[in-house]
Ligand binder design. Sequence first.
Ligand code: PLP
Length: 390
Amino acid sequence: MANLLYFDNNATTAPAREVLDAMWPCFVEHYGNPSSLHGAGEDAAQAVAAARAALARLVGAGSPARLCFTSGATESNVTALRSALRSQRERRRVLASAVEHPAVLEPLAAARAEGFEVVTIGVDSDGRLDLAQLRAELDERAALVSVMAVNNETGVVHDLAAVAAEARSAGALLHVDAVQAAGKLAFSCEGLGADFVAFSAHKLHGPKGVGALYVRRGVELEPLLRGGPQEQERRGGTENVPGIVGFGKAATLAREWLESGGPQRLASLRDRLENELLRTIEGTHVHGRGAPRVCNTSNLRFDGISGEALVALASDDGLCVSTGAACSASRHRPSHVLLAMGLSPAEASSSVRLSLSRYTTEAEVERALEVLSNAVRRLRALLGAMPAPR
Ligand code: PLP
């Protein structure tokens, strides 16, 4: 896969070389158990503490102690949602955006089966949350509000300050899935005043299988995994030390990149990609373009073609793109995010997501443009499909 053109960084990112270098000694030298009382254990515990501090700086956790390491954002989300709802006796209503990741929607479907009323908050045609609906549905019945920071399919950035103010005024807890925000834009858990925030290492050039959950000071957390006193009794099980150390290194690198103006540079590369596609391929649309978007994501529709066929054809030429979230793409259903934005199932099925990374080069963008243009033309010729009039 030497010539791989990887434009699927919202599904996962390549671990940074520095991340791998930081992890290696944890396998071969500093392989102690952080709970052990001897020197090897102390070394491992120190490495975990340093990683926690690095992540706390990136995400504005206030104190590293507010962060609990997990196996990934799915576990972080499930832990937070389950714990938040179990802590409630009287309040039986949950409000969540229609465009949440399945790692939020599926635990909420389980909560519905347990008797919670789950209210879906819609989005407009650009993917912006309907704040008026949120306000109207929020009252003393609300236990929890769950809104993601950045949508994984469109890159749309939600107005979390407004969401947090609404949740606070109704006395509801606030859960934020910040997986696609961390390392791509300035983000502060403390600044926001969220109660729970979920993160994942493999979306920011860290390793897979490690995530974190921020829990606000004074907020109860019921562990999902019991079985040991690790992570201040919030998550049982021996820590994934190499993964955590890799996450810490990834957080440090991401912070340096953010501070050096990386997002602005990446957004202009993404914009060049979009503008060229809009200019050269008739019947191209960019979803969410009217809303604030994160720097690396582009969700596009090419009228008259199948997004899945485009993904397959592009892949033959070494270009990796996707039709949506990796886990939903394998289910062959039109994206629930695009449907919530008012697209028809046929329009949603003609869409693909391109997600760049801080390592994406201009030359790769040029090659991706070529592959995509050829693939769209070939598919249209094959299907005899005419682009819809503009
Ligand atoms: N939330 C969002 C918004 C995501 O994009 C993802 C990954 O696709 C997840 C949660 C799940 O993260 P993890 O793979 O760490 O479980």
